[in-house]
Design a protein around this ligand. Structure first.
Ligand SMILES: [Zn+2]
Length: 76
């Protein structure tokens, strides 16, 4: 992998993106049923970052989808 900004291959990979105040990892979400009142069928995509050690450009990537625990347990 090369930096998309400076093309360096000096990349720190798979860094965890965390909120310092809560300690929670950042993720992006998709509700497959956004109009539902309770069962929104939410999937979560945890964010990882790659940092260019040369120019400090940060590149975000989403990992594989994870179903929200509460809804998954209710479906099982
Ligand atoms: Zn760079």
């Amino acid at each position: 992998m090369n930096c998309s900004h400076c093309n360096s291959d000096n990349i720190l990979s798979d860094l965890v993106v965390t909120d310092n105040s809560t300690g929670m990892d950042y993720a992006i979400y998709k509700d497959r049923k956004p109009d539902a009142l309770i069962f929104k069928d939410r999937v979560r995509y945890p964010l990882k970052a790659h940092l260019c050690a040369d120019c400090k450009h940060v590149m975000f990537f989403a990992k594989d989808e994870v179903y929200e625990k509460e809804e998954k347990n209710l479906k099982d």
